[in-house]
Design a protein around this ligand. Structure first.
Ligand code: BJW
Ligand code: ZN
Length: 252
């Protein structure tokens, strides 16, 4: 794989790198991206419709069942070379801030620390009424026979329904994580945007903030991306191939 020399120098010399990831970084671990059509028993449903507070209010068993099946899928898979290359990059540069939109824990399992999760986590459910966190058993019950519906557990504190600890459309992002991510983007030398369609706000602002602050922005994505100018690059390909090759080329 060939890389632009200016880009390699930028990466090697960057004091602060921000890595901003989306569902594409977990695709090679077998986790479908958010905008891929759902498969199997879930193929009748639209994730845009399920990932809302209204959907949970209308049909908590359907929504809880969907999130439990996704949590099971994540527990059954492993980080891929893309996640591992990001953890490795943190050892090579002075400062690295990892910001993810993903609700899985594959970055952490690849060895990344202090990951800023903008859209929450599949693994931190909480009470929908009093917000008390809920401890999920590591090996939860298998999906029910019909494969979809599962009654959410009840909060030990107030009896309310437990909900997934993720950020749904129309909900606020965690303020501390969002502020830290914005500050990192505004202060970095280079932002690597990996495997995101960049259509969900406010997270999608991060590459723009970095560009406006004069940083270089590098997109890693197999699909074409609109590029703004000389300090923006596309490395076309899957993250699990591009990122290890990029590190090998920059620190050969
Ligand atoms: C590979 C690959 C490989 C494949 N290697 N790459 C207009 C302007 C601004 C905002 C809004 C607006 N209209 C509405 C809004 C608000 C809304 C929003 O942005 N909507 C847009 C759809 C327009 N935002 C919100 O509601 C947010 N809250 C908010 O703004 O609060 C204030 C407010 C309230 C009320 C009204 C207005 C404002 C909250 C957003 C929460 C998003 N949550 C989700 C669900 C989380 C739980 C769950 O997973 O179920 O987060 S939505 C979903 O999208 C998920 C993802 O994190 C997020 C981003 O998706 P991502 O990661 O980019 O995945 P994909 O599938 O889209 O893309 C995958 C990419 O990977 C593709 O490019 C592939 O090519 C690539 N790829 N294989 C590398 N191997
Ligand atoms: Zn409660």
């Amino acid at each position: 794989m060939q890389f632009d020399q200016t880009l390699l120098t930028c990466l090697r010399e960057a004091r602060h790198v921000v890595v901003f990831t989306g569902a594409g970084v977990s695709a090679e671990s077998g986790i479908a991206t958010f905008r891929d059509a759902l498969s199997g028993l879930w193929s009748r449903f639209d994730p845009m419709q399920l990932a809302t507070p209204e959907a949970f209010e209308d049909d908590p068993e359907l929504v809880w069942g969907w999130y439990e099946s996704r949590r099971m899928q994540v527990l059954g898979t492993s980080p891929n070379p893309g996640h591992r290359a990001i953890a490795e990059l943190a050892k090579r540069v002075t400062q690295l801030t990892l910001v993810t939109q993903n609700v899985d824990d594959l970055h952490e399992r690849a060895g990344s620390a202090n990951v800023l999760h903008l859209h929450g986590s599949l693994h931190q459910p909480r009470c929908s009424r009093c917000a008390e966190s809920f401890q999920m058993p590591l090996a939860p019950p298998a999906e029910p026979a019909e494969g979809r519906r599962l009654a959410p557990p009840r909060c030990a504190h107030c009896g309310g329904e437990v909900r997934p600890g993720v950020v749904w459309f129309g909900e606020s992002l965690p303020v501390d994580a969002l502020e830290a991510a914005f500050a990192a983007a505004a202060g970095c030398d280079l932002l690597l945007s990996v495997g995101t369609s960049g259509v969900v706000y406010p997270a999608a602002q991060l590459p723009h903030i970095a560009l406006q602050a004069g940083a270089a922005v590098v997109h890693v994505n197999p699909e074409p991306q609109a590029l703004g100018g000389g300090r923006e690059w596309l490395l076309a390909g899957p993250a699990g191939e591009v990122l290890p090759a990029l590190l090998a080329a920059a620190w050969r």
